[in-house]
Design a protein around this ligand. Structure first.
Ligand code: ZN
Length: 272
């Protein structure tokens, strides 16, 4: 497998995965979704909640707030020397204590005060709850590392998808440049150049084959390359998209090494 043409725009990333197969592309997609550890609020202790929202509702909302953190300085609870009981190496505490002396006040993620200065919500403007006059919310939230395998709140991306690299073939002998294919392509992949139909932007093609169906002379063919994929992903902001892909690939390598070891063990047992 090879990764080429990496484009990063803010939290979004696009790249071409070459010399792969659908199974390998899907393994990478799943590793990005489920095997990259991220930090999320996992436990909330409510000291006071006089708002109109249930504790469970607020806890759920807090869990979904993406947290920016240096993952390398934290351990997964299952791998921590404390045995998962909770220590500064595997947990981060965030406190929130707000009340309202106006009729309507929105409490945002900026109200979460972290025990570790480098752990903060990715945006200070994520709404948590609204408080009416006289209401108070006082809680302590515990954030832990986890993976998307256990809960979607630990997914490092809001979306990750791939599609086959399109192969668009225009038979210039059959084509009379009527332009119907250009007109019907919803992604504006085709264009006219010097009286001939040409591919303008191949990667935009969604393989819908509208052009193939509409061409009166059957001069155009569209298919997907099963060895080449266009990947797109968007980080939730907890870490840069490039780091997510690197960590997912490392997770895959680790799993494959474990599988190799396991298979070798079975083989040796059979030989004996
Ligand atoms: Zn620990």
């Amino acid at each position: 497998m090879r990764i080429e043409k990496v484009e990063v725009k803010g939290l979004e990333m696009k790249f071409i995965l070459k010399e792969a197969s659908p199974a390998k592309a899907n393994a990478l997609r799943r590793a990005i979704l489920t095997d990259v550890p991220t930090l999320a609020i996992d436990e909330v202790i409510f000291f006071e909640n006089t708002t109109s929202f249930f504790d469970e509702y607020i806890a759920h909302r807090l869990g979904l707030i993406p947290l920016k953190a240096d993952i390398s300085s934290l351990n997964l609870p299952s791998e921590c020397e404390c045995g998962g009981g909770g220590c500064p190496k595997c947990t981060v505490v965030l406190n929130l204590d707000e009340k309202s002396d106006v009729d309507y006040r929105v409490i945002y993620s900026s109200s979460l005060k972290s025990s570790a200065p480098d752990v903060q919500p990715v945006s200070p403007k994520i709404p948590i709850v609204t408080l009416m006059r006289g209401e108070r919310l006082n809680l302590q939230a515990v954030a832990r590392l986890g993976t998307g395998r256990d809960h979607a709140k630990w997914q490092p991306v809001s979306t990750v998808s791939y599609k086959y690299m399109p192969i668009v073939t225009i038979d210039q002998e059959k084509c009379d440049s009527c332009g119907i294919c250009i007109q019907y392509c919803p992604k504006h992949v085709l264009a006219e150049e010097n009286g001939r139909v040409v591919v303008r932007d191949l990667e935009e093609c969604s393989l819908c084959k509208s052009c193939v169906r509409k061409c009166p002379r059957s001069a155009i063919e569209v298919e997907g390359d099963p060895t080449c994929f266009i990947f797109k992903l968007e980080s939730v902001g907890a870490m840069p998209p490039k780091q997510i892909v690197e960590m997912a690939l490392n997770a895959l390598v680790k799993k494959l090494e474990e599988l190799k070891k396991y298979a070798k063990g079975i083989l040796e047992a059979v030989v004996i």
